[in-house]
Design a protein around this ligand. Structure first.
Ligand code: FE2
Ligand code: FE2
Length: 188
């Protein structure tokens, strides 16, 4: 199934995110520790934005339109949480510590499995069952959600809750302030 230029659907957007995240993980392995730290922070931010946006706009559509939607979403959300545990590990470990690459390996294994489930199973089903215009509309929503999503892992908090807190002085606000202070951009 193809889309015309300039009219990306949500599957295009999310699949690009997946490619970029996996590529970044691979580049991190050979990077020097200082660069690896920066790349880890970028990876964490991108995966957080991606997961929160999916949970807000894509997983509800999966629940609605896929025959096994509820089960698939439950599995996917659990994997997002597992990814977040690994991100927490990467955040706390020194990037020169050998354990850093171990945790990165754990993250990559979950990420690859999760990406495969979505791209081979759930995304094709979405394209088969949801009208194209609606998937294009979801692409815009996902892009907007990614701009305001929290960029730090919070394994204990459900992503939908995090998202709602962003409109007030909650977790997302703290992230944005901290990002400003550390010079980390929210909008890349
Ligand atoms: Fe995804
Ligand atoms: Fe996902």
């Amino acid at each position: 199934m193809t889309t015309t230029a300039g009219e990306q659907d949500v599957v295009d957007v999310l699949t690009t995110d997946h490619r970029e995240a996996i590529q970044l993980v691979q580049q991190m392995r050979t990077a020097d520790p200082e660069r690896r730290r920066d790349m880890a922070d970028q990876l964490i931010a991108e995966l957080m934005r991606h997961s929160v946006a999916e949970e807000m706009y894509v997983y509800p559509a999966m629940r609605e339109h896929l025959p096994d939607g509820d089960t698939a979403v439950q599995h996917d959300v659990e994997e997002h949480q597992e990814l977040e545990e690994s991100m927490k590990g990467l955040e706390s470990l020194d990037s020169a510590d050998p354990r850093f690459l171990e945790v990165l390996g754990q993250l990559e294994a979950v990420l690859r499995d999760h990406v495969q489930d979505e791209e081979n199973d759930q995304f094709p089903q979405l394209r088969a069952r949801v009208p194209h215009e609606q998937l294009v509309d979801m692409a815009a929503k996902v892009k907007t959600a990614k701009q305001v999503a929290p960029t730090r892992p919070h394994p204990g908090a459900p992503h939908s809750e995090l998202f709602h807190k962003m409109v007030g002085p909650g977790v997302g606000m703290v992230d944005r302030l901290r990002d400003k202070l550390t010079g980390r951009s929210d909008n890349t």
